[in-house]
Design a binder for this molecule. Structure first.
Ligand code: MG
Length: 125
């Protein structure tokens, strides 16, 4: 079953996402800082990364750039999960090179469908 890395500094959001993903049978890895997330991604090469944008050590866009710059993580699909849902924020996030975007608070069905779609797309790697 697919392995998903969740990078999220809010404990309640992290718990919700973990439960949702595990309920669907996915395996999860978790980090509460971008730095820890990048290290886990390099070590475990997850099938998908869900990246919060506002994180304590660096923002999710900077973290994405670091993932894309490293040969062992550059091909991993990364979906932004952000409370910034204004159209201009969403465009800025997608323009940074994320493979997808989900707003917070999470809409359960939409979120799980987006995750499943990302995993189908990443099967070709
Ligand atoms: Mg956050």
């Amino acid at each position: 079953m697919s392995l998903i890395l969740v990078v999220e500094d809010d404990e309640k959001n992290l718990k919700l996402v973990r439960h949702l993903l595990q309920f669907k049978g996915y395996r999860t890895l978790e980090a509460m800082t971008a730095g820890a997330g990048i290290e886990l991604a390099k070590a475990h090469h997850p099938d998908l990364i869900l990246m919060d944008i506002q994180l304590p050590d660096m923002d999710g866009i900077t973290a994405l750039k670091q993932l894309r710059a490293a040969p062992e993580t550059k091909d991993i699909r990364v979906m932004a999960v952000s409370a910034s849902v204004m159209p201009e924020d969403r465009s800025r996030i997608l323009a940074a090179g994320f493979d997808g975007f989900q707003g917070k608070p999470i809409k359960l069905n939409e979120f799980l469908e987006a995750v499943a779609a990302m995993l189908v797309k990443s099967e070709g790697h």
